[in-house]
Design a binder for this molecule. Structure first.
Ligand SMILES: *Cc1c(COP(=O)(O)O)cnc(C)c1O
Length: 425
């Protein structure tokens, strides 16, 4: 798999696939089928990752234990349910660059974001602001605004939105620094996406955390589009907390269990939290004490006993990540996304504007671009030709080549169909 120079030929794409050490991983997934029986060209792994072929077996094992053992499955199942979430911890810790005690699979993303903010957003009259991206995913905007309001602050004043400069699409690092210099003293919480869902811009989380802490802010990240996509080092970066979902790049399945990271510095803290029995100290959980004592670390933020069936399908996917190796995945991802960027430029360069940064350090597997004219009709045509990709009003298309299951040939075919759709407009 060579990097540049790329070539705009199918033969070149096939040769890249031939040399790709991860090429066989595609066969570990079900590729969705069109009515004709042909597989879709799937470029929406940023919305819902594909089903690992092993997922069914993992789920069936737990259905079987439920069938045969019922309540005894908690202790006597092949994979006892009592500690089931713990089976995922090491692999999730690797994916986000945390230590095992810092990571837990629980709830869903927005729920975890609220739970984390209960503990880590502690506004005071002098320092009550929350910094987010102007183009943050709506759920994150609702979550931060409602947290500010919950503490009696006016969200219009307390939520600061970080936007690109006029005429630009992504946020400049120096603008983040400048904003923190100016307003850092009034910011309680920096809560950014690791990768912005719309533009695909990956932020320098290490630098933002360092700057934020220098200004006395707490720093958390929403890793919905970063987990399973970028190489993350949350522990070393000293991030306070992070949350993610597992149905996008992590292929856990629709609505699958999300995750949270709490830095070890806070493992035994007495920060306020919303508590539930699953966060109670494991030694005494079943003694059902009347007072709550948290299990140290991220697990202490759990509320409920977790849903085993989605954890089972997520486990199937995490095994695949482990077998592929994150460094190798990221290497292929850079090459694959680079190839997509190259072909788009070559084929339809004058008809689109790439809004994802060109620098590979500032992006993951996703490219977003504006279609200069009649984007909606281009999107309709490309969809009718067996491609699944994503459209955001008024003119943005988001495509994600996924290193686990997208081939260089897929990328070549996508751009050639896209070129036809643009010309047919
Ligand atoms: C996908 C996504 C969500 C979805 O939240 P859920 O609670 O999992 O439904 C939230 N925030 C971001 C940034 C996302 O990309």
């Amino acid at each position: 798999m060579s990097n540049a120079p790329y070539e705009n030929t199918r033969a070149f794409a096939l040769a890249c696939d031939e040399r790709d050490p991860l090429a066989s991983f595609r066969d570990k997934f079900h590729l969705p089928k069109q009515a004709s029986g042909d597989a879709y060209l799937y470029f929406v792994g940023h919305s819902l990752g594909l089903q690992p072929r092993t997922a069914r077996g993992y789920v069936e094992q737990e259905l079987k234990d439920w069938e045969m053992l019922a309540v005894e499955g908690h202790f006597k199942g092949k994979n006892p349910w009592m500690p089931y979430h713990e089976y995922l911890t090491d692999q999730l810790a690797t994916i986000v660059g945390g230590q095992p005690g810092e990571v837990v699979a629980m709830n869903t993303l927005t729920v975890n974001l609220h739970l984390m903010m209960v503990s880590f957003y502690r506004p005071t009259p002098e320092r009550h602001k929350i910094l987010i991206e102007g183009t943050a995913f709506p759920s994150d905007k609702y979550a931060v605004a409602s947290q500010a309001a919950f503490h009696g602050y006016d969200a219009a004043e307390s939520v600061i939105q970080l936007d690109p400069r006029a005429g630009e699409d992504t946020i400049r690092a120096e603008d983040i620094e400048e904003l923190l210099e100016r307003e850092g003293g009034s910011i309680a919480l920096i809560m950014l996406g690791g990768v912005n869902y719309l533009t695909g811009q990956a932020f320098d989380m290490a630098r933002i955390t360092e700057l934020g802490h220098r200004h006395g802010c707490t720093v958390g990240f929403d890793l919905a589009h970063a987990a399973g996509n970028l190489i993350l080092n949350l522990h070393d970066w000293d991030v306070d907390f992070a949350v993610w979902c597992s149905y996008k790049y992590l292929n856990g399945g629709p609505g699958c269990v999300g995750g949270a990271f709490v830095h070890g510095r806070h493992a035994e803290s007495d920060l306020p939290r919303f508590a539930g029995w699953w966060g109670q100290d494991k030694q005494t959980r079943f003694a059902m004490p009347s007072g709550f004592t948290a299990t140290p670390g991220a697990e202490g933020w759990q509320l409920s006993n977790p849903p085993i069936l989605p954890l089972a399908s997520l486990r199937a996917s995490l095994e695949i990540f482990e077998a592929a190796g994150l460094a190798q995945l990221r290497k292929k991802s850079e090459s694959l996304t680079g190839y997509l960027a190259f072909l788009l430029q070559e084929t339809v360069g004058e008809h689109i504007t790439l809004i994802t940064p060109a620098d590979k350090a500032q992006r993951g597997a996703q490219l977003s671009f504006r279609v200069k004219r009649d984007g909606a009709s281009v999107y309709e045509r490309i969809s009718a030709s067996g491609v699944l990709c994503d459209w955001r009003e008024p003119d943005v298309i988001r495509v994600a080549p996924i290193p686990l299951y997208t081939s260089f040939e897929d990328v070549h075919q996508f751009v050639s169909l896209f070129g036809k759709a643009v010309k047919a407009r």
